[in-house]
Design a protein around this ligand. Structure first.
Ligand code: ATP
Length: 360
């Protein structure tokens, strides 16, 4: 491959009339990657997938696979497969025939088809179920047949549009791990569209958070969670607390802001906003500290605990600050999560290095 990414989108734009669904978007995806596309409804995720698959043609920009320009190549000539949200299986065909379909169309020898179907059944943990019809399967099993059918032609890239949307919560959780295993074992790059940020955090090597046809941030899930580039990303990926204010001075690697309610807060900042300009500090619930109000208290505010919920080993507090702001704080039992009670007065603060001041 000579270092070229498996897939490259170079400044791709696609509009429907006046509506620009994908705007000047560039993206590289290497081989053997599990990549998730994340974003609110209507931000252009499906359009981007359809452009990659070849069901749509960009108005501008080029698409490359393995260094070859595929922008004008029809879908069936691209070594790319797409698994749609409604992965309609052929109801009258057995599981094995459903999986074999693509290879049969290619006119592959019978023996090869049988062997590859067996491989696929093994991959999706359905060996021995090849003779069943789709209506004799559970929802999760049907999803796995669809995955096997999409992978049997050994595409270089598999696009999956909300692959787990039809499954209930528990099954989604288990199936996430199966998808990850299938990706690892085949070495095919997966691009998964989801609007479920938890799903993307669990499965993806890297993820892109989209907004209004463009990508706000690309990175490893942990990086995106800990170092959000924009307010949209901070709010979309995981839970967070926001404090809006104006920059009053620069600190090493960051800024100090003053909120309209007289609170002074310091946070790291990647950019260099002008003094007096508006920024938003994002601080995750687990990075807020609770202490007894005192004269040395800084970078925070006193407040009162409104609610306390204990779930899965974590205490979640909703606290009303003296400024009127409501914040969420999360603590494990080991961090003193069991000590605080509803109605208690506490000081809520954070270390500047745990918070991000966001300009956009
Ligand atoms: P969702 O999560 O709801 O599926 P999405 O992020 O996949 O949303 P897209 O389906 O890509 O979003 O749509 C992006 C924008 O383009 C939306 O405003 C949508 O209404 C518009 N759009 C998509 N397809 C067409 C089309 N064929 N004709 C006109 N507008 C379209």
């Amino acid at each position: 491959m000579g270092g070229a990414p498996l897939l490259r989108l170079a400044r791709v734009t696609k509009a429907y009339g006046h509506l620009v669904a994908v705007r000047d978007l560039s993206l590289d995806i290497p081989a053997n990657e599990f990549f998730a596309l994340l974003g609110p409804s209507g931000c252009g995720k499906t359009t981007l997938m359809r452009l990659i698959a070849g069901f749509e043609t960009p108005d501008d920009g080029r698409i490359y696979l393995d260094g070859q320009d595929i922008t004008d190549l029809p879908p069936h000539l691209r070594p790319i497969n797409m698994m749609f949200q409604s992965y309609a299986l052929f109801p009258h065909m057995s599981v094995a025939h459903n999986i074999a379909f693509g290879l049969k169309q290619e006119g592959r020898p019978h023996q090869e088809i049988t062997a590859r179907v067996e491989d696929m059944l093994r991959l999706v943990q359905m060996s021995g179920l090849g003779d069943r019809r789709p209506d004799q399967l559970s929802g999760g099993q049907r999803q796995r047949v669809a995955l096997a059918r999409a992978l049997i032609k050994r595409p270089k890239l598999l696009l999956l549009d909300e692959p787990l949307a039809a499954l209930d919560r528990k099954l989604r959780h288990d199936t996430q791990f199966e998808l990850m295993q299938a990706q690892r074992e085949t070495g095919t790059s997966f691009v998964v569209v989801t609007h479920d940020q938890d799903e993307a955090m669990v499965m993806a090597h890297r993820m892109a958070v989209m907004r209004a046809g463009a990508i706000d941030q690309i990175g490893a899930p942990r990086e995106v969670y800990e170092e959000p580039a924009t307010r949209h990303v901070a709010g979309f990926v995981g839970e967070t607390n926001f404090f809006e204010g104006r920059v009053i001075q620069y600190m090493p690697g960051g800024v100090e802001i003053e909120t309209g309610k007289g609170l002074r807060l310091e946070a790291l900042c990647r950019e260099h906003p002008a003094i007096g300009s508006k920024v938003t500090i994002s601080i995750r619930p687990e990075n807020l500290r609770l202490s007894v109000p005192g004269i040395f208290s800084k970078n925070g505010s006193a407040g009162e605990i409104l609610d306390h919920v204990f779930r899965e080993g974590l205490s979640s507090f909703r606290i009303k600050l003296e400024t009127g702001d409501l914040v969420h704080v999360r603590k494990s039992v080991g961090e003193g999560g069991a000590q605080h009670k509803r109605g208690e007065r506490v000081f809520v603060s954070f270390a500047p290095e745990h918070a991000r001041a966001l300009v956009k």
